[in-house]
Design a protein around this ligand. Structure first.
Ligand code: FE
Length: 131
């Protein structure tokens, strides 16, 4: 169920903040996102297509101002790509289903089970709590 929409269609479908992050590789300001301090149990879906990309049981507080996870919901949920923009070498995280930009991943979390730190924009996510 891969989604392939035109830029105009994405613009209509998403809020301005969602569009900037998901479709224009933007990064929200730290400590501003609605899901940063969400500690409820549930699934985090891609705000563009609805695929589950992260789960609450791997969320942790990295203290850097963005929702952080040490693993994706499953190995096929996200794609990792080299990102050399802004003079930095980073690895960006995109939704495997729709290609939207979610955030970046760093291997700077030695106290987490995988050592990985998926640094994800709140604007790229929706939260579906467990009822
Ligand atoms: Fe998606």
């Amino acid at each position: 169920m891969a989604i392939n929409l035109s830029d105009e269609d994405w613009k209509k479908r998403l809020t301005k903040d969602q569009y900037e992050v998901l479709r224009k590789q933007g990064t929200e300001q730290p400590f501003t996102g609605k899901l940063l301090h969400n500690d409820k149990s549930g699934d985090y879906t891609c705000a563009a297509c609805g695929q589950v990309v992260f789960k609450s049981d791997t969320k942790f507080d990295s203290r850097d101002g963005w929702p952080s996870f040490y693993d994706p919901a499953n190995a096929d949920a996200v794609k990792l790509e080299e990102d050399n923009s802004f003079g930095m070498h980073r690895v960006k995280v995109t939704c495997a289903n729709c290609g939207s930009h979610l955030g970046h991943v760093f291997n700077d979390a030695p106290d987490q089970p995988t050592g990985m730190h998926f640094c994800i924009n709140s604007a790229a996510l929706e939260f579906k709590g467990k009822s």
